[in-house]
Design a protein around this ligand. Structure first.
Ligand code: FUB
Length: 668
């Protein structure tokens, strides 16, 4: 095991390395020690796969059990997707989850990874895992290694598909090997070939790609007692390779390891150093630099910087942002979240998260955070440009009864306009305070300092137009809510989702006319559902009905839920209060009321017969509308009781409004 020997020889050198404490934007992940970067651009997002140096180092050697996945669309804020793959996925592996690479082919993702094989005297071999998603989970389709090169150091696979569809897998420590993969990407044809001669000073960590008809092999070379990043080029995918020298050294780590990609028009080199606090050869961290190829296709020398690349775009704070989308942080960690994805955890007093380049536009007015706490909670201070910068809001988080019992907390925000680095600074008592799944700001969409325009005559406040209870009301058109969120609905538009016990939505000025008899709701639930309490004018106001919602099999499998209502007429603020067990209950797309007694001529269903109803009948006869807001169209519109709504009814209606007749219906 050449690597083991080298590591022992350089142990003394390593012990001389002092980890540099830097609070810039490189290395790009601080919640874990990450190494051996492998970028993959897919669907407009840059995914980054890394190895993972465990916090506890065993036998003073690489202690690595799983791989990690991150993604970014701006190359400064990175979202943590957790661990998509572990050596434990491979029944035949015993550990050493070392450098791998993911590639997309035909809608599947293939993850090539080296590990130590069980009962094989420490032989390192290469396996392949497959997933339908770039963030996994990945599974082992073979149940055995893909590459076992007779006891060679089969590590560090790199994969590339050429323009003619031929895929190549290169790998190796000390020597460089390749094989031609079959179309299925989990088998190969022909024999394993050793590149001879190998590129100058080649050690390990190859990264193979093609640019402008030139093939590039970037790899870990050796200089001055530690690994550098070097590269070679070739006019053929199988060499011979022309060495082009070193482009980057190492920093506080014996190894270095390249991953190269183009993304949104720029070129990037990912690498690793030992430069996080507590860092070193077995505690490495991935860094990122932007570079430009020279005109002749050669790669310039690339310095390691503290700031990393330019941010490609500002972050929109008005869409839901995962809390684990981080440019830099202090003190927090991430974990798998019961609501899907990851959450930020182990938050203690004084910890913070920096989100870079957040564009608040003309101003934020409120902040929502999805939080959970098994203790007394704490506060999220919203600060601009530094952890002690301008305070634009403070969101109090109280106990939710469990670390994975999430609820949405809101607070007011003022003074956040334009582009800033956002700092979520956490304060509270001792110990862990709370977890955060996601956050989102709400904006005004207005210019913060409008020029006042004096008005000589005050404009009267318009009377709010009531909404007919008998029209279809979109659930997301609420005037107020607690705890719920909106999301894209498969039936078009949006629906209200993430409904939990005690959440509610309020719909102002709903006109029940002379009364309603039943309630219909369009609902979906992947669990066992819950109840919709239908209340008037307050959360504890008159209960006019309770609608039970049962499971529909999926959060977007929609069905009707109906129940009877009673004791309602006239105009009210409608409170839909959601009750049930724990977790998410159901989603709501729309609702409407039906039935109730019908007054002849009351086509709007607002309880009175007037010009509004006359106008509705006219529109109906002209074909502008085909339905009336009132539930029983015929009972309300057939004014001569001849079984149809036509010009005769319109004439009767005119007489009624003129006072020529005084009662409806009217039989001439
Ligand atoms: O991280 C373990 C090994 O160290 C990788 O497989 C090599 O490339 C080197 O970075």
């Amino acid at each position: 095991m050449k690597k083991v020997c080298r590591v022992v020889v350089f142990l003394f050198v390593i012990s001389l390395f002092r980890a540099t404490v830097c609070y810039a934007d490189n290395p790009i992940v601080q919640t874990n020690y990450t190494a051996d970067p492998a970028p993959m651009v897919y669907n407009g997002t840059c995914y980054l796969y890394t190895t993972h140096d465990e916090d506890t180092i065993v036998n003073n050697f690489y202690t690595m059990n799983d791989w990690r996945c991150y993604s970014s669309t701006d190359m400064q804020n990175w979202t943590d997707h957790g661990s998509p793959l572990s050596y434990k996925t491979f029944s035949w592996a015993q550990g050493d989850a070392w450098a791998g690479q993911v590639i997309n082919r035909n809608g599947k993702f293939y993850f090539y990874v080296p590990m130590t094989r069980k009962n094989a005297g420490g032989a390192r071999v290469i396996g392949v895992a497959v997933s339908d998603s770039p963030t996994g989970p990945f599974t082992d389709p073979l149940g055995k290694p893909l590459i076992t090169n007779n006891g060679a150091q089969d590590i560090d696979p790199t994969v590339f598909i050429d323009d003619n569809g031929q895929a190549y897998l290169y790998w190796g420590n000390g020597d460089l090997y390749y094989v031609k993969l079959n179309q299925d990407m989990i088998s190969y044809s022909g024999s394993i070939v050793k590149a001879s001669p190998k590129p100058t000073s080649y050690v390990e960590g190859p990264w193979f790609y093609k640019r402008n008809n030139l093939y590039y092999m970037v790899y870990a070379g050796m200089s001055g007692g530690s690994e550098n990043i070097s590269y070679a080029t070739s006019n053929s995918p199988t060499g011979p390779w022309t060495s082009k020298g070193s482009i980057m050294g190492s920093q506080n780590s014996y190894t270095n390891h390249p991953g190269v990609t183009d993304y949104k028009g720029s070129s990037y080199l990912f690498y690793h150093t030992g430069s996080l606090p507590g860092g070193g050869s077995y505690h490495r961290s991935v860094g990122l630099e932007q570079f430009k190829y020279n005109a002749d296709g050669t790669i310039p020398s690339i310095p390691i910087t503290q700031n990393g690349p330019d941010q490609l775009s500002n972050l929109d704070p008005y869409v839901k942002t995962e809390a684990e989308t981080i440019c830099w942080e202090s003190g927090v960690e991430t974990e798998t979240c019961s609501e899907g994805g990851m959450d930020v955890c182990n938050i203690e007093n004084g910890d913070w998260i920096k989100v870079k380049g957040v564009d608040f536009g003309s101003g934020a007015v409120s902040f929502d955070a999805r939080v959970a706490s098994a203790t007394n909670g704490g506060n999220i201070e919203l600060r601009l440009d530094s952890a002690t910068g301008k305070l634009v809001g403070t969101c109090a988080v109280s106990s939710t009864g469990g670390w994975q019992t999430f609820t949405t907390k809101s607070c007011n925000v003022s003074g956040a306009t334009g582009v800033h680095d956002l700092y979520l600074k956490f304060t509270g008592g001792s110990g862990s305070l709370f977890n955060i799944n996601w956050w989102k700001f709400t904006g005004t969409g207005v210019t913060p300092t409008p020029t006042p325009t004096p008005s000589p005559t005050p404009t009267p406040t318009p009377t709010p137009v009531p909404t007919s209870a008998f029209s279809q009301i979109e659930a997301e058109s609420y005037n107020n809510q607690s705890g719920v969120q909106t999301e894209t609905c498969t039936e078009g538009g949006e629906n209200v989702g993430y409904i939990e016990n005690g959440d509610y939505a309020v719909y102002s000025n709903i006109d029940f006319g002379s009364g309603a008899a039943s309630f219909q709701a369009r609902v979906a639930s992947a669990t066992s559902g819950g109840n919709i309490e239908i209340r008037l004018d307050s959360l504890t106001g008159t209960l006019i009905g309770t609608c039970a919602v049962t499971g529909t099999g999926n959060w977007q499998t929609w069905a009707a839920a109906t129940c009877s209502v009673s004791g309602v007429s006239g105009k009210h603020d409608l409170y839909l209060k959601f009750t049930g067990g724990s977790g998410y209950l159901f989603n709501l797309n729309w609702f409407k009321f039906t039935g109730g007694s019908v007054t002849a001529g009351d086509l709007s269903g607002d309880g009175s017969v007037d010009e509004t109803d006359y106008a509705l009948m006219k529109m109906y006869l002209l074909g502008s509308i085909t339905d009336f807001p009132v539930q029983n169209d015929l009972a309300a519109g057939d004014l001569n009781l001849d079984g149809t709504i036509d010009a005769l009814d319109f004439a009767i209606f005119k007489k009624y409004l003129l006072g020529t007749i005084t009662e409806l219906p009217y039989l001439p």
